[in-house]
Design a protein around this ligand. Structure first.
Ligand SMILES: NC(=O)c1ccc[n+]([C@@H]2O[C@H](COP(=O)([O-])OP(=O)(O)OC[C@H]3O[C@@H](n4cnc5c(N)ncnc54)[C@H](OP(=O)(O)O)[C@@H]3O)[C@@H](O)[C@H]2O)c1
Length: 303
């Protein structure tokens, strides 16, 4: 019998191709959205309202596994106090709602819970090699990830197999960070950010989707795994490689860290934090990356 999987945040950058992939593999896929439209005939979409604490409990009935991707976009708007609260609660309150639905819904049989987390967990760590055992860092992104993962742990405490994928910068043409970084480069105005020495743990969207699917099917997996390519690069290398793919030169000087601090405030952490993450544990679980090196990943995306 095919497994039934519920995906939250299924309309996002990772969720859309992941839904498509799981449907193509014969899974019965359901989704939870703030605005269910049921436009996709291949999946049944249910509604929830995280702020008001309501969820359509039918969404978890007969579900074997949940993949939790939902969360307010971190980089879209300035981090006001209210927005910071939404960034955290959209991840943690949503998890609590799911936990409640699992415990009260009729015929709930969820055994597996895969949650997104982020490499932001580690904060800004220069050249330190970051494994799943490294301690959490400082700052808002780290605090968000700590709370997010802690909420997922509550489900582990109730007996579910919980996997948390500390995801790096997902590279896709459709959205996320890549088009924003590529835009000035394509216009010939690309520049390295800050010292350019900060490590960027990137992952091609193909590998991100397959890693979530791998965590779903690999029953041995439990706990935290870094999800980023085996070969992270510095911001300078990333910028220069992307420019070369677009046959452009980086001729502008580095954008000074001070200017980024002034322009972005606390959000500077998104572009200036250094995360040299190690994905050996994910590989040891049997996952094989298709894209190990940045040039091949970018060539694949841009043709
Ligand atoms: N993309 C990356 O580079 C990256 C890196 C590390 C970690 N992650 C994490 O992985 C997860 C999926 O990433 P993604 O890039 O696919 O995200 P995304 O494109 O921003 O989509 C996230 C989805 O979450 C739902 N959502 C947005 N705001 C929400 C809110 N306030 N309350 C509840 N739901 C909300 C939306 O679905 P509905 O509109 O249908 O409700 C949206 O489609 C996110 O939690 C993200 O933080 C992503």
């Amino acid at each position: 019998m095919s497994l039934t999987v519920l995906i939250t945040g299924a309309n996002g950058l990772i969720g859309v191709p992941l839904t498509k992939f799981l449907v193509s593999k014969g899974y019965v896929v359901r989704t939870l959205s703030r605005n269910p439209t049921n436009k996709n005939a291949a999946v049944k979409e249910f509604g929830w309202d995280i702020e008001n604490g309501s969820i359509d409990e039918r969404s978890v009935e007969g579900v074997d596994a949940i993949i939790h991707l939902a969360g307010e976009n971190i980089g879209a708007k300035p981090w006001t106090n209210k927005r910071k609260q939404t960034i955290i609660s959209s991840r943690t309150k949503s998890l609590e709602l799911l936990a409640r639905a699992i415990s009260t819904a009729k015929n709930a049989r969820v055994k597996t819970f895969i949650s997104a987390s982020a490499v932001g967990y580690y904060g800004d760590r220069e050249d330190e090699i970051l494994t799943e055992q490294s301690h959490p860092g400082k700052g808002f992104l780290a605090e968000t990830c700590v709370q997010w993962e802690h909420s997922a742990d509550l489900l582990a405490a109730s007996g579910l197999r919980v996997v948390k994928l500390r995801t790096g910068v997902v590279l896709a043409k459709e959205g996320g960070a890549l088009p924003k970084i590529a835009f000035p480069i394509k216009l010939g105005f690309g520049a390295v950010l800050g010292s350019g020495k900060q490590w960027m743990p990137w992952v091609h969207i193909h590998d991100a989707v397959h890693a979530y699917a791998h965590a779903l099917t690999n029953e041995e997996m439990q706990g935290v795994y870094n999800l980023s390519s085996p070969h992270p690069v510095t911001n300078k290398t990333f910028t220069e490689t992307l420019a070369a793919i677009h046959r452009k030169k980086i001729w502008l000087p580095h954008i000074p860290e001070l200017a980024l601090r002034i322009a972005l405030g606390e959000m500077k952490a998104i572009v200036l934090s250094s995360n040299r993450t190690d994905s050996s544990e994910l590989q040891a679980s049997g996952f094989e990356f298709k894209f190990h090196f940045l040039p091949e990943a970018l060539h694949d995306l841009y043709g």
